[in-house]
Design a binder for this molecule. Structure first.
Ligand SMILES: Nc1nc(=O)c2c([nH]1)NC[C@@H]1CN(c3ccc(C(=O)N[C@@H](CCC(=O)O)C(=O)O)cc3)C=[N+]21
Length: 289
């Protein structure tokens, strides 16, 4: 029996529908959420992602604030826009699209953001809160992965999870999220220095491939019935290629394909972060009125 497809596109659409009512309630009390984006440079892929995020916002009633700078922008140009978004009351949450052009240090830019407006959950304060397991904005892709597994009833508690890739947006925070008591998975974080990746993969109940190496996870490396989520993004002949070989569906129990799996969930969790931040800001307003 081929794997059940973890359909991120359909799941994200369901989540957007759920968020629409919450956005309407906020808007009715004068707290309409607004997502800001800052795009630096003209990479067509980055532009596509940013445009997709704004069309998602339009669908659920979140206002859009779109800022752009040329690839020649300096760090101080970027910080100036960050300061403006921090100060703009219509912008309840925002993201700085990554990667930034060479020479502009992402960590310096992220550090300048107001953590209360950090829609990506990538501000050092929010990543610190994740480590400490106290409330804060959570990174969109890791939360999207957990949400996708939950909605398909893939067991997480007690599962052996192998994450391939230790990046700051996916692998490392995902390990932190899945090992919380509320998720209770056992996580092995593999990377380019892992001695025997195949041996780790073969034991996994859940595989999250976020290495950016096309075809890295082949069917011979997957335990029958395992859940395999493809988060790899590479471009091969102009098309998006994931880390997971197509024939993995023949042995896996669940497959989140790429495209159509985790990507749309990332965008849905971004909207969720914006709505949560706006709800928190509205609650503070009530308390201080
Ligand atoms: N500050 C920041 N936050 C991010 O969250 C962020 C970022 N920078 N830089 C780039 C990565 C990548 N990322 C994706 C979002 C959506 C899809 C997505 O929706 N993909 C669709 C369509 C893919 C296609 O057809 O091109 C899919 O997988 O079905 C993919 C990838 C967010 N990122």
């Amino acid at each position: 029996m081929p794997a059940t497809i973890l359909d991120g596109k359909a799941t994200a659409a369901a989540i957007r529908a759920e968020l629409t009512d919450r956005v309407a309630a906020l808007t009715a009390t004068g707290h309409r959420p607004g997502l800001g984006t800052l795009l630096v440079g003209d990479d067509p892929g980055s532009r596509w992602y940013v445009n997709a995020k704004h069309s998602d916002c339009a669908q659920v009633g979140i206002a859009s604030i779109q800022r752009e700078l040329p690839a020649t922008a300096t760090l101080s140009d970027v910080l100036e826009v960050v300061d403006e978004l921090n100060a703009d009351p219509a912008c309840t949450g925002y993201i700085v699209q990554l990667p930034l052009p060479r020479g502009i240090e992402a960590s310096v830019v992220l550090e300048r953001m107001d953590p209360a407006k950090d829609a990506d959950g990538l501000h050092p304060v929010n990543l610190g809160r994740l480590v400490l397991n106290v409330p804060g904005a959570l990174p969109c892709t890791p939360v999207g992965i957990v949400e996708l597994l939950r909605r398909y009833d893939v067991p997480i508690a007690g599962a052996e999870v192998v994450v391939v890739g230790r990046g700051i947006t996916v692998g490392r925070p995902l390990g932190l999220l899945l090992t919380r008591r509320s998720e209770n998975a056992t996580v092995t974080l593999c990377h380019t220095g892992t001695r025997d990746l195949a041996a780790h993969l073969r034991t996994a109940d859940i595989v999250v491939a976020a290495a950016g190496v096309p075809g890295l996870v082949g069917r011979d490396l997957v335990k029958p019935g395992a859940a395999v989520l493809d988060v790899g993004v590479s471009r091969v002949d102009g098309k998006i290629a994931g880390d997971v070989a197509k024939d993995v569906v023949e042995v896996a129990g669940f497959v989140a394909p790429n495209p159509g799996g985790v990507g749309p969930m990332t965008r849905a969790m971004l909207l969720q972060n914006v709505v949560l931040a706006a709800e928190q800001a509205a609650a503070v307003d009530v308390l201080t009125a």
